[in-house]
Ligand binder design. Structure first.
Ligand SMILES: NC(=O)c1ccc[n+]([C@@H]2O[C@H](COP(=O)([O-])OP(=O)(O)OC[C@H]3O[C@@H](n4cnc5c(N)ncnc54)[C@H](O)[C@@H]3O)[C@@H](O)[C@H]2O)c1
Ligand SMILES: O=C(O)[C@H](O)COP(=O)(O)O
Length: 530
């Protein structure tokens, strides 16, 4: 008999198939503390959660029988995926079940902020008949900026069109063809901020999306903008938003999510007359809760019964003989994918992986998964992509993955070359494992280099002219950024060249801008590899 623990409020109807299963016993115990969970989890084979239960390494360590953690929803930021993977616990989510519900909540919030509905309601039930203070705006003929055109963002865009709105969309995976299909205009964040009347965010929270809308964006924002966040707290800088409202730049905001949930009593949103809020209700409808619970219950049953399953967000088992050959390359492969994704501009259309030398003789598919994971994690968030789902995510985004093999490698026993093609450009990186020295990046575009792929790097493209290295060193030094290593690559003296610096801390946008304004320096990009 398999034992399943449900530790958050999950739809009874949705988990009925688990309750009815002859080989499963279900216990519902919502609201347990971490200590309480640790004390009982040892007897369970599966744990079902929403976003409240934090599934920590301690809980997984105590879950000696735990085979699967099922998340009835999308975001798995409350589950320690690394700890689950290390312990062979499969984590699955229900990515599709709450898309429409969250999209509809976004619309409810957009209309509520346009017409001041919560504020007007409060006054009316308080006995004040005030018809003057709540002059609203129409959605018709307004421009809506959508940041993140995935499942929810795309549904929001479709509905906004029915309201007569123009849509500007931004998403690193959005191609012009797809934008055309959806009838929206592809735009940059800057174009959206300067031109939209309403803006809604639908990305995961990643290092790249954190404070994606902050002080800098508010400074150039079209006055009168209304902003909606039903995705994750932290994508929009909360304090900068309050300042922008008080300065008369932003006309109103509607938030379902907060940087810290629940927000503290003195959170500036809670008493602000131009900000309306809901307590993370985006997925809270009867339909969505049933959908996600049905989806997750179905997959949990498959996993417990050792049947094929889908929607896993962490690592699959790999055959032992292949594992021993490929394992040393997993980390290198992922870093090469991440590195090339961080230096490439535009929506990715094709990833080509070329294996040369000994690697060409084995099944390299598991390694390719790591490389694709490295590429996609940069845009989708590392909690959303893993080696189980990386190829699937690439497929649903129409990304072409090409694997090539050649027995011969001119200079290395093994060489992994990854190139990324977008509409704008094709970028290439190559790496190898050097016996006794470890991972090395040996090529960036046409330039040979010798770089350890680790920590904070700055990639500079420049003209090979005297003095440039000194100017870069002085500028970083003056800004208290310590250079650990420096590599320069060029093909011809006096021609184009690259410089790869390893630095002790993140330099930040400001310093990168200063670097690019140096004479003879063309571009400067920051790369983070772990
Ligand atoms: N409020 C709620 O209750 C609720 C409910 C469901 C989902 N969510 C959240 O909504 C968000 C979107 O969910 P989804 O199901 O549409 O996910 P999704 O993965 O289908 O879409 C996310 C999109 O964001 C894009 N993206 C990533 N980085 C970006 C960047 N820097 N700039 C622009 N776009 C970027 C990705 O390419 C992807 O297309 C997630 O954060 C999810 O956790 C919240
Ligand atoms: O990521 C999600 O699916 C949403 O944030 C919903 O979270 P919830 O299940 O706690 O409502």
């Amino acid at each position: 008999m398999f034992k399943v623990l449900v530790s958050d409020p999950i739809s009874d109807l949705g988990i009925q198939q688990l309750v009815d299963a002859q080989d499963v016993a279900v216990d519902k115990k919502p609201g347990l503390s971490e200590d309480e969970l640790v004390s009982i989890i040892g007897e369970y084979d599966a744990l079902l959660v929403r976003s409240q239960t934090r599934v920590t390494p301690r809980i997984m360590e105590a879950g000696k029988q735990l085979k699967v953690v099922g998340r009835a929803g999308v975001g798995v930021d409350n589950i320690d995926l690394e700890a689950a993977t290390q312990r062979g616990i499969i984590v699955i989510n229900a990515p599709d079940g709450n898309t429409i519900t969250t999209c509809e909540h976004t619309f409810a919030m957009m209309m509520a902020v346009a017409r001041h509905i919560p504020q007007a309601y409060l006054k009316t039930v308080g006995g004040v008949w005030d018809r003057k203070s709540f002059l609203g705006v129409e959605l018709r003929n307004k421009t809506l900026g959508v940041l993140g055109m995935g499942r929810i963002g795309s549904e929001v865009a479709k509905r906004a069109k029915a309201f007569g709105m123009e849509i500007m969309g931004y998403d690193p995976f959005m191609t012009e063809e797809r934008a055309e299909k959806l009838g929206i205009k592809l735009a940059t964040v800057d174009e959206i901020v300067r031109n939209a009347d309403f803006m809604t965010v639908h990305t995961p929270l990643t290092p790249e999306t954190r404070h994606m809308i902050g002080k800098k964006q508010f400074e150039v924002m079209k006055p009168g903008m209304r902003i909606i966040n039903c995705a994750r707290g932290g994508i929009i800088d909360e304090l900068a938003l309050v300042e922008a409202i008080d300065a008369g730049i932003v006309a109103g905001a509607a938030f379902d999510v907060f940087e810290v949930e629940p927000p503290t009593e003195d959170h500036p949103f809670l008493k602000h007359p131009k900000i309306i809020v809901t307590p993370h209700l985006g997925a809270s409808t009867v339909e969505a809760q049933e959908n996600v619970a049905i989806d997750v219950s179905e997959q949990v049953l498959h996993i417990l019964r050792n049947e094929p399953f889908s929607n896993a967000v962490n690592m699959p088992p790999i055959p032992a003989n292949l594992q021993s050959k490929l394992q040393p390359y997993y980390s290198l492969g992922e870093k090469l994918g991440s590195l090339v994704a961080q230096i490439t501009e535009g929506a990715v259309q094709e990833i080509t992986v070329r294996y040369s030398g000994e690697l060409a003789e084995v099944d390299t598919q598991p390694l390719t998964r790591y490389i694709v994971k490295g590429v996609l994690s940069h845009h989708l968030g590392s909690d959303q992509v893993n080696v189980v789902n990386s190829m699937h995510l690439a497929k649903v985004r129409d990304l072409n993955i090409v694997q090539q093999k050649s027995q011969a490698s001119k200079d290395f026993t093994n060489l992994v070359t990854v190139s990324l093609r977008t509409k704008q450009e094709e970028r290439i990186v190559a790496g190898t494992l050097l016996t006794g020295y470890g991972e090395r990046v040996v090529q960036i575009d046409k330039f040979p280099v010798d770089v350890t792929p680790e920590g904070n790097l700055i990639l500079i493209s420049h003209n090979d002219k005297p003095g440039i290295i000194g100017r870069v060193g002085t500028l970083l030094g003056n800004n208290d950024v310590n250079i650990a290593t420096m590599q320069v690559g060029r093909q011809l003296a006096g021609g184009s060249a690259i410089m790869v610096l390893t630095v002790d801390k993140n330099a930040g946008k400001d310093i990168l801008e200063q670097l690019t304004s140096l004479p003879e320096l063309n571009t400067a990009k920051e790369i983070t590899l772990f």
